[in-house]
Design a protein around this ligand. Structure first.
Ligand SMILES: O=C(O)CNC(=O)[C@H](CS)NC(=O)CCC(=O)C(=O)O
Length: 284
């Protein structure tokens, strides 16, 4: 099966799980009505909760999570794949939460799940700081889902800054990457599009990147600009900073063609990792 229609849902998740679910559900229904058969939602679709204690209180074990249960029903009802970009999920026997992405099949079953590997622990010049690893336990496994359209590599947000993850996914066979996000407005403006397009170009892969947008909490503003990018690195759909959705046709033959034209994945070579360091400060 070479082609499908992908959609990215863009929302402003806040602290109310039921409100967030309601908004996401409406947009998923609209995207399905436009013929989308692969619909992605952003990172932390179920809650963007700035208070760790409150997040811990609200988060449910995977089997009890209402958003996941509801998306599974919706996938079945609408006969579409749904990527729950990520959901905040409680882990058994662990204080910290999981930032977990789920790929749901059109029959409502879970095809794959992935825990975000790279934690956003940063301090920006703007005074904004994030210590994701305090609230979340990082994953340590890359994940690929085999689908009728080939292999899809799962990732989340800050992962996009770690090029070797995507290279590993591509080398293992993935030709489509999902990169749901809640990029900060500041770093989004500077880096979001370039990072996404770089991952597509480096690997000759499609990138499907549904994003959070707007004012999620008093201190948290996200960049939006959900995007779908083809294996040549071109944006084939893009949003602004408003709530809504985009769709684009994904033609998996393009992955093959791009990788034939520029076989950089095959031209990859092993080299001595230890660099030769010459002392250029010393005089002859
Ligand atoms: O905190 C939560 O509840 C949900 N998690 C997020 O929103 C995460 C960690 S704060 N956001 C990012 O990774 C943004 C990365 C980014 O903006 C960049 O790489 O520049």
């Amino acid at each position: 099966m070479p082609a499908f229609k992908a959609a990215c849902i863009q929302i402003t998740s806040k602290t109310d799980v039921h409100e967030n679910l309601k908004t996401a559900t409406e947009l998923i229904r609209e995207a399905a009505a436009e013929g989308a058969n692969f619909i992605g939602t952003p990172e932390v679709t179920n809650m963007l909760e700035p208070h760790k204690a409150a997040a811990r209180e609200k988060a449910q074990l995977q089997n009890d999570d209402v958003t996941l249960a509801s998306f599974r029903q919706l996938a079945d009802e609408l006969d579409t794949w749904i990527l729950a970009g990520s959901l905040v999920i409680k882990k058994p026997n662990e204080d910290r939460l999981a930032n977990r992405s789920f790929l749901i099949r059109p029959d409502g079953s879970i095809a794959a799940q992935y825990d975000k590997i790279h934690m956003f622990d940063v301090e920006l010049d703007t005074g904004e700081s994030h210590k994701e690893s305090r609230a979340y336990a990082p994953g340590d496994k890359a994940v690929i889902a085999q689908t009728p359209w080939g292999q899809i590599g799962l990732s989340v947000c800050y992962d996009v800054r770690f090029a070797h993850l995507y290279q590993a996914l591509a080398q293992a066979g993935a030709g489509i990457f999902t990169i749901p996000a809640a990029f900060t407005h500041t770093t989004g403006l500077a880096h979001w599009e370039i990072l996404l397009r770089a991952r597509a170009i480096e690997n000759g892969a499609y990138v499907i990147a549904p994003a959070q947008c707007g004012q999620n909490s008093e201190k948290r503003r996200t960049y939006g600009h959900s995007m779908i990018i083809n294996p040549w690195g071109e944006k084939i759909a893009e949003m602004g900073e408003e709530t809504g959705f985009i769709t684009a046709d994904i033609d998996t033959d393009q992955i093959k063609r791009r990788r034939q034209q520029i076989p950089n994945l095959k031209n990859n070579r092993d080299f001595t990792f230890e660099p030769a360091i010459y002392d250029a400060t010393a005089a002859e």
